[in-house]
Write a protein that binds this ligand. Structure first.
Ligand code: NI
Length: 256
C-alpha cells in the first residue's frame, strides 16, 4: 500500500543487509520503491536492482554536488539508460548551494541538461534543492510542461505553491516527523492531496524517533502516519493516495 518514492538502496550502506531491509519494508506495507541514482556508479546499481526485483524501479541522474565532474559523454550514457523500461525518472538533479558554492554555473548547466532530457524522454525530474529555492525556481520557470518531484521538500509553504504551479509534486520525508519540523509540517497541510508524495531518502534522514540512525524504506510508514495526523485524515487514505499519485506520475502499472 505504501510507495517510497526516493530511496538509495543503491548505497553501500546496504551492502551487507539488503535482503533484510527489503523484507522489513514489505512487512511495513511498502509495495514499491523508487531507487534513485546520483552518480554513474549508483545509476548502474539502481538499474541492476530494478532488473532484479519486480517491486523496484530506478531513476538515473547527476547530483548537483557532483556537477563539476560531469562530462558531455555522461549525457549520452543517461540518454541510453533512460530508454530502459524500468528507468522511470531523471535525477536526482538540481541545485545545492549548501555543500557547493564554488561551481554554481556548472551546477546550473548540468541541471539544465537533465531538465532537457526529462522533456525529451517525457519522464519526471527528481529535484534536489538545498539553500537554493530561488535559483532552482528561476531555472525551472524557463521551461514549460515540466513534471517531477521536489524531493524531501524543505522550502517554505509559499515556495511550495510556486513549484506546484510549475507542475511539480511535493514529496515529504523524515523531517516532517521531527519534533522541530515546523516548516515541513506546515507544508504537509497545504499541498493538494493529488500532488503529495512520501519518501525516506534512506539511508539518510531517518524519521523521529530514529533521527540520526541509518534510515530504511520501512520507515516511510512513519512519514505517512505523521502526515495523516497533521491533515486529520486516516493513515490508510494517505498511504493509498500517495501511492496512487506515485504510480501515475511514474507511469507504472499497479502491481497486483
Ligand atoms: Ni536522495
Amino acid at each position: 500500500m505504501l510507495v517510497d518514492t526516493h530511496v538509495h538502496l543503491n548505497s553501500k550502506k546496504y551492502k551487507d543487509n539488503l535482503p533484510q531491509v527489503i523484507s522489513r519494508a514489505h512487512e511495513a506495507g511498502v509495495e514499491l520503491m523508487i531507487v534513485v541514482g546520483f552518480d554513474h556508479e549508483t545509476n548502474l546499481r539502481a538499474i541492476e536492482l530494478a532488473e532484479k526485483y519486480p517491486f523496484i524501479y530506478a531513476t538515473v541522474g547527476y547530483h548537483p554536488t557532483d556537477a563539476r565532474h560531469v562530462k558531455p559523454r555522461d549525457y549520452e550514457i543517461l540518454s541510453k539508460q533512460l530508454k530502459h523500461e524500468k528507468v522511470v525518472g531523471i535525477g536526482e538533479c538540481g541545485l545545492d548551494f549548501y555543500w557547493d558554492k564554488e561551481y554554481v554555473d556548472k551546477q546550473i548547466e548540468v541541471f539544465r541538461k537533465q531538465i532537457e532530457l526529462s522533456i525529451e524522454f517525457d519522464k519526471p525530474l527528481i529535484i534536489h534543492m538545498r539553500d537554493a529555492s530561488e535559483a532552482t525556481y528561476n531555472v525551472l520557470s524557463e521551461y514549460k510542461n515540466l513534471k517531477g518531484i521536489m524531493h524531501c521538500y524543505s522550502g517554505s509553504p509559499e515556495m511550495a505553491k510556486e513549484f506546484l504551479k510549475l507542475g511539480f509534486h511535493i514529496s515529504l520525508g523524515g523531517p516532517v516527523t521531527f519534533l522541530n519540523g515546523r516548516v515541513p509540517k506546515e507544508v504537509a497541510k497545504i499541498v493538494p492531496i493529488d500532488k503529495l508524495l512520501i519518501e525516506t531518502d534512506a539511508p539518510y534522514l531517518s524519521p523521529h524517533p530514529f533521527r540520526g540512525k541509518t534510515n530504511e524504506p520501512a520507515r516511510v510508514k512513519l512519514v505517512a502516519e505523521e502526515i495523516a495526523r497533521l491533515r486529520d485524515v486516516s493513515y490508510t487514505s494517505i498511504a493509498k493516495t500517495t501511492a496512487n499519485n506515485a504510480y501515475k506520475l511514474f507511469n507504472i502499472k499497479e502491481m497486483k
